[in-house]
Design a protein around this ligand. Sequence first.
Ligand SMILES: *Cc1c(COP(=O)(O)O)cnc(C)c1O
Length: 447
Amino acid sequence: MCDDSLRKEYEALGITAPVYEYGVKILEKLEERFREIDRTAEYNQLRVIRAMQECRVSEACLLGTTGYGYNDLGRDTLERVYAKVFHTEDALVRPQITCGTHALALALMSNLRPGDELLSPVGKPYDTLEEVIGIRPSRGSLAEYGISYRQVDLLADGGFDYEKIRENITEKTRLVTIQRSKGYQTRPTLSVERIGELIAFVKGIKPDVICMVDNCYGEFVEEREPGDVGADMVVGSLIKNPGGGLAPIGGYIAGTGECVENAACRLTSPGLAKEVGASLGVLKDFYQGLFLAPTVTAAALKGAIFAANLYQSLGYGVTPDGSESRHDIIQAITLGSPEAVVAFCQGIQAAAPVDSHVTPQPWDMPGYDARVIMAAGAFVSGSSIELSADGPIKPPYTVYFQGGLTWPHARFGILRSLQSLADSGLVKKEMCGGKEEGERDCRKTSK
Ligand SMILES: *Cc1c(COP(=O)(O)O)cnc(C)c1O
């Protein structure tokens, strides 16, 4: 066994020697970073195991219920496990929560009442929440129910605009929503520490305000979660980090007993709350996914850091950059042309275990103002903890890359994206075009 067998296998998958070697050179500088990530994963793995042991997860918990789902031992135990892992009083973890947007909408709609006001002190929230809140008029939005909304943007340097936040907390303010991940914006992602500073500031002005954190893409990236720094509700999707790639559907709301009870009354019905909601057959995947989530998140994180360093060294704009500390798993790469966005995404698709033979094309997606291309050859449809990428076909031609259930797959996917760019003649000269001695053309000559 030597490097040679590895190189040959990459070659069999269409990675030429110069692309492989370029990746190796980048990786040599990342050993220390990767060790830190492994350490965080180990710490979080132990936290998850301890929570499962303390809640006495048993084989019977892995079975599901049907019908009303009364006395669903596995469901109720899993919710206690989530509460322990996220350091909150209680949690709602259900397959009936269909996605991240649904979990966030549920948390908001169940904890706000007509006349209340919602404040986002971190700028514009995730796209899909615009319709939930009613920033874009929409049927059933919070605005339709007489719940108003205010927003304070971040300062130019990414800092909190404390003065404006203070001005915008009024007697009506009931809930403050804080999005941890930058999502598809250019602002920095918030660390748990910074979230804690913001929550402390808000509570200093109005102690009874509910502080909710949109935790999507942030779970297990750090050793702490927003529940450790005073969040009243922590909300996310199970087809991202905490589902570990195994959860086939679902969302969670971890928080104070009262916030979670409100959410349960809205999800099912007043009076029924958490008592109903059959788990069907998903519990084993929810438990096992949570068990795997720390190391799966670590794999995705290594992929993001590898991609940042690789593309940065080729002269592309990357956010976060190769050396920044990480608080979510998303990597933005600005490729500068529509052809490059398409080639990148086609490369990611070609590295997939499922649907690798499919060639993604840009299309007019509902709700977007430009054509969008998406690459995802996933076991769970739309799962973005699996290796995936997407980009709107508009300047500055940025792709958003995330996921990878294993580090080897993330590594292969990124090399495959670079190969795809190289094959289309789109990679900067330093890497491919030079005719100096010892340099080979990285473009495929056959096939
Ligand atoms: C993915 C995401 C959402 C929405 O989740 P969906 O499952 O796509 O509905 C909300 N906020 C952030 C920050 C996200 O990354």
